[in-house]
Design a protein around this ligand. Structure first.
Ligand code: ADP
Length: 405
């Protein structure tokens, strides 16, 4: 399991492995002090260099046989593909994982295969954009090539707005965790803004076939100028025809990118012109959101499905449980240092609310979008209908009070 030190996903994947009785090796980019004591359980890999990481994994596998490999985010999905190729394990071709990670490469591949995507152009920070800004079609969206969670994604409505957005994105790409990560950090993708409701599709690719696990509506309009997410609810309330077209669009995108095995998470929009592929990632949903999904009458987690598939274990039914389910990524209430979260007990007491998880810790700096990319927490609800679930999530959120300095 490739678990970068910064991921939110550790607990869910480790718990899933434990439930399945699988022997787990956790590989991270930083050495753990316990590695010497538990040489089969902990491993340091150069996660920034996939081919080198694959060599290191192969050396490890000579001492401790490896039966499967799972990456949990965009970068480790590429490393997992390299390791799978090196060790002959279930996985994606490296080229497919690379195309899924890079928003420009992805657009090129999707266009080449006729998948509907917004019109796009690639630009370099620092170039003279006067003429370009004047001829652009507005509104447009500016975005970095490889960040995630909508970090740095900005809508612009006119040439002045475009120049301001470009400067703002330029400053984000100068942040220490981004600058120096590669050539991509000096590039900006500029796209047509696609109006219409947005959905997130969670899927598992098995032998090149996309199995749809869930389609989530995003009931709060994502019109920008920034694209912080809030509520996801499933099943989708869109008409069957729209759902089928969105599923087919994601299936075409999987084929276009050449993805063969493992989880995918896609964002799509729907309007009078049909479905649009906004982004497809070769990983499962981020943050804590996967807790909104359960399979086999609620017995099986998304992480268990992913691990089973990676190991070639028999897959149970991929049908989601019967109830409607939803998660709210709690909006960042403002910029500052988090001191306290009030109202947790009353928020948890709202009918249909299953859990309220605060992932930010006191003393942590909260940063709104587009510079920010981390939600302070997550709220989960289940109920008869997606409408009831959505209402419960909103009520619970209103009961929370963030004290920020
Ligand atoms: P990330 O990988 O950081 O999430 P995305 O490319 O998925 O970046 O963009 C984040 C969000 O921004 C999308 O989910 C969508 O709401 C919005 N967005 C991005 N591109 C467009 C576009 N061309 N038209 C409309 N909305 C967009």
């Amino acid at each position: 399991m490739l678990l970068p030190t910064t991921t939110y996903r550790t607990a869910a994947f480790v718990e899933a492995a434990r439930r399945l009785g699988v022997e787990l090796t956790v590989a991270s980019e930083r050495p753990s002090t316990f590695e010497g004591a538990q040489p089969a359980a902990l491993l340091t890999l150069d996660l920034a260099a996939p081919e080198r990481a694959a060599e290191q994994a192969a050396a490890f596998a000579r001492r401790h046989p490896v039966a499967g490999v799972v990456g949990v985010d965009d970068d480790t999905a590429v490393v997992a593909a390299a390791i799978a190729g090196r060790l002959g394990l279930t996985g994606n071709p490296v080229a497919a994982a690379l195309a899924a990670r890079d928003k420009h490469l992805q657009r090129l591949e999707l266009v080449r295969h006729g998948v509907p995507v917004p019109r796009f152009e690639l630009h370099t920070l620092g170039e003279d954009v006067t003429e370009f800004a004047a001829r652009l079609r507005y509104p447009c969206v500016l975005k970095p090539l490889r960040l995630s969670a909508s970090r740095g994604v900005i809508r612009a409505d006119d040439p002045a707005g475009f120049r301001a957005a470009l400067q703002r994105l330029g400053r984000i790409l100068e942040q220490p965790d981004v600058a120096g990560c590669g050539d991509w950090a000096s590039r900006v993708l500029v796209e047509d803004f696609i109006p219409g409701p947005e959905v997130a599709l969670e899927g598992l690719v098995v032998a090149g076939q996309l199995q749809m696990l869930a389609l989530f509506d995003k009931p709060d309009p994502l019109d920008g100028p920034f694209f912080e997410e809030t509520i996801y609810t499933t099943p989708s309330r869109l008409p069957d025809r729209a759902q089928a077209a969105l599923g087919a669009c994601a299936r075409d995108a999987v084929a276009a990118l050449g993805l063969r095995e493992g989880p995918v998470h896609a964002e799509l929009r729907w309007n009078e012109r049909g479905p649009w592929l906004i982004e497809l990632a070769a990983r499962s949903v981020g943050g804590r959101c996967s807790a909104a999904l359960r399979f086999e009458a609620g017995e099986t987690s998304l992480e268990e499905l992913i691990i089973r598939h990676a190991l070639g274990m028999p897959l149970p039914s991929l049908e989601r449980e019967h109830q409607a389910s939803g998660v709210m990524m709690i909006p960042v209430p403002g910029a500052g240092v988090l001191r306290e979260v009030r109202g947790l007990a009353t928020a948890r007491a709202v009918p249909l609310i299953e859990d309220v998880v605060i992932t930010a810790h006191p003393g942590q700096t909260l940063l709104p979008w587009p510079e920010g990319w981390r939600y302070p927490g997550f709220i989960f609800a289940r109920g008869e209908t997606p409408e009831a679930v959505e209402a419960a999530l909103r009520t619970a959120q209103r009961r929370l009070g963030f004290v920020i300095e």
